[in-house]
Design a protein. Sequence first.
Length: 312
Amino acid sequence: MGSLRQNLCSVSQMKWIDKLSLLHCISSDLQIIHSQKLIHRYLHSGNILQDNLHSAYIADLGLSISTIMASNTERRGIYGVLPYIAPEALDRGYYSTASDIYSFGTIMWEILYGRPVSYNRKFGQLLQIEICRNDLRPIIIGNMPIFYINLMKKCWERDLEKRPSATNICEILTEWINNENILLNLNESNELLKNIKSSHIPTYPDLYKGGAYIVKSEPVNADGDTEILKFLRNTSLQWIPFKDLQIIKEIGKGGFANVFLAKCNLNGSTKNVALKFLRGSRNNFEALLKENPHFYNVTEYQKILLPLMTIF
């Protein structure tokens, strides 16, 4: 049968009691994984396998890590498919069982709409920033059952403590499966879902490639990175915490960097800044510095090149 992602169109034609059973299968597997003090770290619909449409199981534990190791290990980067990666992982390289729950919320979205997840924009660096800084989440279209939407949104909470556990989710889904009023409410949404399917929810066929697929990347923010601190000591650069920047839009592309317009509070006033995101290694950063010795001077359009960028 293949993966859930391959079968989403067929799954969308199923009764809601069967869709909920699928979600229960996935959350039950996740509960088992977490009970063994493991974090999957790579959960998405492409590695949820199906022998038939009415069952599913989580596969690909190759990137899983123990909860103890995750809390003690140096952050070595982020892996996975961008729409499923929790903001704390994108931001700080931090993984926990709650990171898997965030991924589960995205799978809930896909089973609801019967298509791969969409953000109504292209995948890439700017999307990564908006997920971390502006709490951007997959778009919700239509007047869907509020209890379903609320559980999905809880999985996407910025605050890890507010996300439900896999055990909580299993209990909730069991209750829904056995509640006739809940099933009736969900089934009544099917007609609306059919209309939504004919409307414009953009999807991207390269979901597991290019900008959406992060093989290994540095976190968006790495305050305290020893390599960066060592580099800064040898320059006159001022460190600007990434959290202090408000990204506005992409304004250009260069040979090895994308340029974004951002706002930053400097010395008590808000300035427009040009922010460059390097592609490739950190060596590009040093090369750019050598080529632009006055790049960091404050001008009317202040230009700041952060010493740490998302590396793709």
